[in-house]
Unconditional design. Structure first.
Length: 407
């Protein structure tokens, strides 16, 4: 299987797809999948543009709307995570993951899917210590504070990811795992990015949350972006243990290292994106403590044994199949022929894909709940509960910047 990996997309889908088609033609090869490591900018209309936390000089519609509207169709299956420059109102609709456009799949705030027999996981956002232990309290329309905090990584999503026990082939994060530079040519990195020197010396360049996931999952490949440069590393997990090949890539600009083709051993195709049984079980089990206020989750009543949920989810997927629910447009799309951009509503709709997935898992829809509401846990009695089976309290003191000016 040949997989193309893209660093920061910044809405330039047409450029990336045309580059890949050129590579296929000139190198006589076939690309099976495109992965994007964040700053995807799935902007559908003006309302989405208003939810994008970037300097005003970068507020552009770019090209995602063409794929959302159906004017163009992605020529390759595409999987992406979120970064710190996103239409966060749209990604909130798809918190659990789903099709952002035909053939373009968002992994969610955290997620795992299968592509053929390859398992691909990811964590959206960037790390900020002051928001890490908060719940997902932000709701559109965002103010000047929540438009930034909404894309900050939360402990709840990290905790879900570290419940994964079966092997992960590929993991995506936007910011780098902290201390990943210890495993690569950091001297060459400093030649390109001298401003990183103090953070590297103080062992705080990157996200400790991502580093915890790396240590737990030990994926074969880990791809990142965010810092707008190419950097490779090889992580040995203990003496004689498995290896993780790490690669960070640049943003989509001429002359920059924003694309890499990786060949991975896999079963023969055809390939398609499918739900992952273990991940859906984790989602169902931990949705009971989904934190939707500024307070973090309380895990005191959660039974972390997933086997009962695995069997339940397996039976559900055997009934309906593993293909994700179909893409549905939920808002008007940008129309360049109009004098003003479409008249989109500031209201955030419920996405039918999300509703369908939650019905499949027999979970309530809570994404539009008032974050100040007191009654936040009307869960069905069928969801298993039990004593806690572990405690997670590691402090993560890193405070990196959102890097807004380095677009």
């Amino acid at each position: 299987m040949k997989i193309a990996v893209e660093g920061c997309m910044h809405g330039d889908l047409e450029t990336v797809y045309k580059t890949l088609q050129h590579l296929e033609k000139t190198q006589n090869t076939k690309i099976d999948l495109l992965l994007c490591c964040g700053d995807f900018q799935a902007v559908r209309n003006q309302n989405d543009l208003n939810s994008l936390a970037v300097p005003s000089k970068y507020l552009e519609m770019k090209t995602f709307w063409k794929y959302y509207s159906g004017l163009l169709v992605a020529p390759y299956p595409t999987i992406f995570i979120g970064g710190n420059h996103e239409a966060s109102n749209y990604l909130w609709e798809l918190y659990y993951g789903g099709w952002a456009a035909p053939n373009i799949y968002y992994l969610g705030a955290a997620g795992v899917v299968k592509f053929g027999n390859i398992r691909i996981g990811g964590l959206s956002g960037i790390y900020k210590h002051h928001d890490y232990r908060s719940g997902h309290f932000e709701r559109p329309p965002y103010n000047q504070s929540t438009i930034r905090s909404v894309f900050h990584v939360r402990e709840y999503d990290v905790r879900k990811i570290i419940q994964v026990e079966e092997p992960i082939d590929i993991f995506l994060s936007h910011d780098w795992p902290v201390r990943i530079t210890d495993h690569g040519n950091w001297e060459e990195l400093l030649w390109k990015k001298p401003d990183f020197q103090q953070e590297i010396e103080e062992k705080r360049l990157g996200s400790k949350a991502a580093a915890q996931i790396l240590e737990k999952l030990k994926p074969k490949y880990w791809f990142s972006a965010h810092l707008h440069c190419k950097f490779a590393a090889l992580v040995q997990h203990g003496e004689g243990g498995p290896l993780t090949k790490f690669l960070a890539l640049d943003k989509c600009l001429p002359g920059r290292d924003f694309l890499q083709i990786v060949e991975i051993e896999s079963e023969p195709g055809p390939y398609e994106i499918q739900y992952d049984e273990e991940w859906l079980a984790i989602t169902r089990k931990l949705n009971y403590v989904f934190p939707l206020t500024e307070n973090g989750a309380d895990y005191g009543g959660v039974d972390f044994d997933m086997e009962d949920c695995r069997q339940w989810v397996r039976s559900k997927l055997q009934e309906r199949g593993c293909k994700p629910f179909e893409f549905v447009r939920t808002v008007p799309c940008y129309d360049p022929s109009q004098a003003s951009v479409d008249g989109a509503s500031a209201a955030n709709p419920r996405n039918p894909q999300t509703e369908s997935l939650l019905r499949l898992l027999e979970l309530p829809y809570l994404l539009d709940r008032n974050p100040k509401a007191k009654d936040m846990k009307p869960y069905p009695s069928s969801i298993p509960r039990g004593p806690a089976a572990g405690h997670y309290s590691e402090d993560i003191p890193i405070d990196d910047e959102d890097d807004d000016d380095d677009e």
